[in-house]
Design a protein around this ligand. Structure first.
Ligand SMILES: CC(C)(COP(=O)(O)OP(=O)(O)OC[C@H]1O[C@@H](n2cnc3c(N)ncnc32)[C@H](O)[C@@H]1OP(=O)(O)O)[C@@H](O)C(=O)NCCC(=O)NCCS
Length: 173
């Protein structure tokens, strides 16, 4: 039985496992892994405070406690009600079984719930930024299948030939 944990249920071991899982997917650079570690630690700290209302980190574990995947979202500062999916990854051996879809669905519903609890405007949207590289083709496929639409492409953003691709999904409200 898989179980999703988030907010104050999370601890330091989750950060260790998240970083290990992300590194093992083989798609992230060492700089990105460092950035992920910092973001996860920050989100963990926020989970103990009011910040939990604006940021959410969730991990999905199987019945033995093994980490299957994780996702991190947050409200974008100085926007009325725009959210960003900062990170998502699924363990290599768990990929292709619907875990990424489940985590993405959870993220969108969580953003909706948090935006309601913040008393924000009824409409909200979620952005995801990714790379145009072939290694991120599964991620772009996942986003498209989950009702995200490519809204911008910034050429040579990450490096020459590697564009930033921005996806958005609007709420139905
Ligand atoms: C992108 C990523 C998160 C997708 O996670 P995932 O768990 O493999 O995603 P899903 O299983 O939901 O969907 C992937 C494929 O499995 C298929 N699938 C979904 N549920 C399934 C099931 N129950 N049985 C069999 N296949 C299934 C989907 O149709 C999809 O197929 P396709 O891509 O060939 O069309 C994962 O590939 C990953 O961690 N990549 C490395 C990290 C990364 O790129 N992160 C994004 C950074 S921007």
């Amino acid at each position: 039985m898989h179980k999703l944990h988030w907010g104050s249920e999370l601890g330091q071991q989750d950060v260790v496992d998240i970083v290990k899982l992300a590194a093992e997917t083989g798609v992230f650079t060492p700089d990105e892994i460092d950035c992920l570690r910092e973001d996860s630690i920050e989100c963990l700290g926020l989970a103990q405070t009011d910040g939990e209302k604006r940021d959410a980190l969730a991990v999905l574990r199987d019945s033995s406690g093994a980490l299957l995947g994780f996702v991190q979202i947050g409200k974008l500062p100085i926007t009325e009600n725009s959210w960003c999916l900062w990170w998502i990854a699924v363990a290599k051996e768990a990929q292709g079984k619907g875990v990424g879809t489940l985590l993405l669905d959870w993220s969108f519903k969580k953003a909706e719930f948090l935006s309601c609890s913040l008393g924000s405007a009824r409409e909200f949207r979620m952005f995801i930024e990714t790379s145009s590289k072939d290694t991120f083709a599964p991620a772009r496929g996942l986003y498209t299948r989950s009702s995200f639409v490519e809204t911008a492409r910034i050429f040579n953003y990450y490096s020459t030939g590697d564009a930033k691709v921005i996806f958005v999904r609007e709420s139905e409200r």
